[in-house]
Design a protein around this ligand. Sequence first.
Ligand code: KIV
Ligand code: ZN
Length: 381
Amino acid sequence: MSDRVIFFDTTLRDGEQSPGVHLNMAEKLQIGHALAELGVDVIEAGFPISSPGDFESVNTLAKEIKGVTICGLTRARDKDIEVAAEALAPAESRRIHTGLGVSENHLQHKLRMTREEALATGVKAVKLARQFTDNIEYFMEDSGRADREYVYQVVEAVIAAGATTINVPDTTGYTFPTEYRDLMAGIKSNVPNSDKAILSCHCHNDLGMATANTLGGVIGGARQVEVTINGIGERAGNTSLEEVACALYIRQDFFNLKSNIVLNKLVPISRLVSNLTGMVVQRNKAVVGANAYAHSSGIHQDGVLKERSTYEIIDPHLVGAEESAIVLTARSGRHGLKHRLMELGFDFATDRFEEVYQRFLDVADRKDEINDEDLRELVKS
Ligand code: KIV
Ligand code: ZN
């Protein structure tokens, strides 16, 4: 099995489906270039048949962005596939992403098809897509809630028809990590031709487990992850690219896998996507949140000032963030205060420092955070 994880970014497709997000063409292109520089392998640029804007997005990225595969989403319908092929035509490397649902829920309530009809529709779609490119990804929507035996049957049939990547979406964010791992491992061990395709994780975050499930899928044998910047996407979002890339790197001892992601571009691209989409990144968001490298309690500050690794497993410079911050609050200790005062040019003898520290606690009890201006005032008085 390959020791490299392929990063398939769907910020411009599933991510743009976030309620309230709408990007214009110039913004999509800016994000597309930033994704290529970040080192993603595949950019899902849109769903070409869904609107003229999506067609233009896929077509423009296909023309402008080199060194990366551009992908367009389709339903398992002839017209969708033909329109996607047209949009993708100028790409240096192109992929058609087609498929349909596999769970009983989707078959009965949404597709209104029998298992056999859905399987035949999927196979036909792959065969048609193969006329335009040999890079075909097949998605089995709602795999997380589907019957495993049926999933195996679909995987075997669509690989035989020419699919080269098999997307196993946990569309509703229903599974948990060991379950999703076993789903991937089950496909690998029960589908005779599964070695002819790459298995892909596509997880949603409804129960807050998208990253854990994606990593579970990788442990189970998947070698592609479908992710978005800042985890934006439908409902509670998709798996966040920065979390998976960072976890694979920080826990190399465990995963022993590589990726092409340039880690120090993670924070800059997170900020770019947040600014362009208007989706604010929560302060405590893993890897890219404003508080991810900020230490507020005295015990933690003391540890970090002595040796960063006591409380930080990620060096902020690794992901392109600023220096770790010592945030002065009522919970800060003498070590944190002394450190900041020295950075501001104040070096007090012990008894004078003790006096300043007591005054600091007094003010800190009334104020959330003590900034440099507050400190200068405090020292003057
Ligand atoms: O979540 C999902 O199942 C999807 C598919 C269309 C790939 O986004
Ligand atoms: Zn999705």
